[in-house]
Design a protein. Structure first.
Length: 341
């Protein structure tokens, strides 16, 4: 099964900000304290969300499977009859997958998303960790053995740009339900490692992915980071179909704005602390913030004030939420917005 879209359909829970890998393209600031999502809060939110149409969940991180109560978290979703998936680097999937059968039998398990950042071990492992490509392939074998559906997500960066077609063919041959192409977003670490492609290279890559979507037998999608921004932007966060709850239990505007490394002001995208605020009240605030965002976007369009990389939706949002001030230290990067250069 796959998770459905539409208004108020899905929670995205950042299960933990901890991870067992140190990927070069990671967006998250790991300098602070570790936080693991409180299961009592999840229990309450699932109860409050069901009457509002929230019937599915995606678990992210960090690496969600290292939440100290990951099994209990899955049991909680099962008790609420919530269809779920999780995004994983696959490192410890062989320890996890035997526990998934009970949810698969109840049709609550949506395709598992594996992060895979290259069509070769050399490319993927250079970004993540030696041996991590092999771990993902072992996880895929386990999925085939248990008939668990899975997808792949690739974060497009300078190292894997030559492998986009090869990755697509590999994913289709391995039996992936779908392939998701995202885009690396600038961080100090990614820029220092020269992982961020030039904007024109990414635009050509978007055309390549569009052609793959017509050529491959499996589904091919561009995530919001990689998609082309339309005049009036449209993504799951702005449609309010996906609600992002961070590892501290706060409703945020979007997962791609949450806890960004380099950002000095993390509070602009926080809508409400759900530990203290009922979900319905938080949703009212979120609705108002989304309306304000669309109005600001229309003003930018009318005044012709879009920046040179604002055709990348997440780059535009990060700029509008004041998350890119640190890029003033990278004045020669083509991704540095004019206000920060």
């Amino acid at each position: 099964m796959r998770l459905s879209g539409g208004p108020l359909s899905q929670f995205t829970f950042e299960a933990t900000n901890a991870c067992n890998l140190t990927c070069l393209h990671c967006l998250r600031d790991k300098s602070g304290a570790r936080h693991d999502l409180d299961l009592r809060l999840v229990d309450r939110l699932l109860s409050e969300g069901r009457p509002l149409g929230l019937h599915a969940a995606s678990l992210t991180g960090g690496e969600p499977t290292i939440h100290p109560k990951f099994d209990d978290l899955l049991d909680l979703l099962g008790r609420h009859e919530i269809a779920f998936t999780f995004v994983t680097n696959g490192w410890n999937f062989l320890e996890v997958y035997p526990k998934l059968a009970r949810y698969q039998e109840r049709r609550l398990l949506a395709p598992i998303m594996f992060s895979l950042d290259g069509a070769t071990p050399e490319t993927h492992d250079a970004i993540r960790r030696p041996g991590s490509f092999r771990r993902v392939m072992q996880a895929v074998s386990a999925c085939h053995a248990r008939e668990i559906e899975f997808t792949f997500q690739l974060i497009v960066n300078r190292l894997n740009l030559p492998e986009l077609e090869r990755f697509g063919l590999m994913g289709a041959l391995l039996g992936a339900k779908a392939l998701f192409y995202g885009l690396i977003l600038p961080t100090p670490q990614a820029l220092d490692a020269d992982l961020v492609p030039a904007p024109d290279d990414v635009r050509r890559a978007r055309d390549t992915v569009a052609r793959l979507a017509h050529a491959l037998s499996c589904e091919v999608h561009s995530t919001p980071t990689f998609a082309r921004a339309r005049p009036e932007m449209d993504c799951p966060a702005l449609r309010r179909s996906v609600l992002n709850v961070d590892c501290r239990g706060r409703l945020t505007f979007c997962c791609h704005l949450s806890g960004l490394v380099g950002a000095s002001d993390e509070d602009q995208d926080i809508i409400a602390d759900l530990n203290e605020t009922p979900l319905e009240v938080a949703l009212e605030r979120l609705t108002d913030r989304i309306a304000e965002f669309h109005k600001a976007r229309l003003r930018d369009l009318a005044q012709g004030s879009l920046g040179p990389t604002d055709d990348f939706p997440c780059q535009y949002c990060q700029r509008k939420f004041g998350k890119l001030g640190w890029m003033a230290g990278y004045p020669t990067s083509p991704w540095t917005p004019p206000a920060a250069s």
